[in-house]
Design a protein around this ligand. Structure first.
Ligand SMILES: O=C(O)C1=N[C@H](C(=O)O)C[C@H](O)C1
Length: 311
């Protein structure tokens, strides 16, 4: 079995890329590549291809391959971490996808694998799912814990059992709050297990508690400030981190006022960074009001300079 090149744990800000579309509803590959380069140049530590934000469920297999190829090429060029969203509620099928990912994309440092959605297995079933994947995956895994999409919340003890699996490198925590499980996990983090914030609204408090960074759709905008936020919490510079968090949290709220990634795409389009604001059904385009509010929040965040001496 081929394994990936050894990589440090993921930390800092990783951007789950939107998938831009052309006027005639094709994937805008050149715009995706330019956006990916600009995000890494602005300070993102890595890219996530085919995260929720990339609308993978409405892309064809060929389109998904094209997106991963673009992201892999840009990460290779820039020496950045590539994470790829993989997986479903079919355990064996997910293991096959992970093997295929290693063959097709040697650049993939991590696979972002959701808790099996829809089926609602028991906690033991979730552990059995990831035990099988850990035994068969050549790519290190990040457990994508997102109960409001999967329909299943993980107990703290389950997360700790997952953390002990050899190929499980960490988790992206997107539980819709700063909850007791996050507090438990970050108060006594399992060894060699990275916790990343996955809910934009709670990213700053998660990092304050010790999360190593985040996978955040909002970081398509103000990427440098998001990277600065993660660095400030990492360095224990709470004054600077809070100053950045006060600007970024309202921006994140505005970007998530309607189902992600509609508002982010509308804002990127308004800024001339992607050719259309289009999302594919069943998502609907962002409303003019939500777009205007997010653009206002963005302008406000961009207008503030946080002096380097703060903190
Ligand atoms: O694409 C992702 O991965 C993300 N998903 C969350 C979601 O499901 O909405 C949000 C996060 O910003 C990134």
């Amino acid at each position: 079995m081929t394994t990936s090149a050894p990589l440090g744990p993921p930390e800092g800000i990783h951007v789950p890329l939107i998938t831009p579309f052309t006027d005639d509803d094709r994937v805008a590959v050149d715009a995706l590549a330019a956006l990916a380069r600009s995000l890494l140049d602005a300070g993102a530590a890595g890219l996530v291809a085919l995260g929720t934000t990339g609308e993978p469920s409405v892309l064809s297999a060929a389109e998904r391959r094209a997106v991963v190829e673009v992201c892999a090429e840009v990460c290779r060029e820039r020496g950045a971490t590539l994470t790829v969203g993989v997986g479903s509620n079919d355990t064996r099928g997910t293991a096959e996808e992970l093997r295929a990912l290693r063959e097709s994309t040697p650049e993939a440092g991590f696979a972002l694998v959701p808790v099996p959605p829809y089926t609602r297995p028991s906690q033991d079933g979730v552990v059995a799912h990831f035990t099988h994947l850990s035994a068969h995956s050549p790519v290190p895994l990040l457990v994508y814990d997102i109960p409001y999409r999967t329909g299943l919340a993980l107990a703290p003890a389950t997360l700790r059992r997952l953390a002990a699996l050899p190929m499980v490198a960490g988790t992206k925590r997107a539980v819709g709050s700063l909850d007791a499980t996050s507090v438990d996990l970050l108060a006594d983090p399992p060894p060699d297990f990275t916790v990343l914030g996955g809910d934009d609204l709670y990213a700053s408090p998660m990092m304050a508690l010790g999360a190593a960074g985040g996978i955040l759709a909002s970081a398509h905008l103000c990427t440098g400030l998001w990277a600065g936020l993660a660095a400030a919490w990492r360095d224990g510079d709470a004054v600077r981190a809070r100053a950045a968090g006060r600007l970024l949290t309202p921006l994140a709220a505005a970007l998530f006022a309607e189902p992600n990634p509609a508002v982010a795409k509308a804002v990127l389009h308004a800024r001339g960074l992607i050719p259309t604001p289009a999302v594919r059904l069943p998502l609907l385009p962002a409303s003019p009001g939500a777009t205007a509010s997010a653009l206002e929040r963005l302008a406000a965040a961009e207008s503030v300079h946080i002096p380097a001496h703060l903190g």
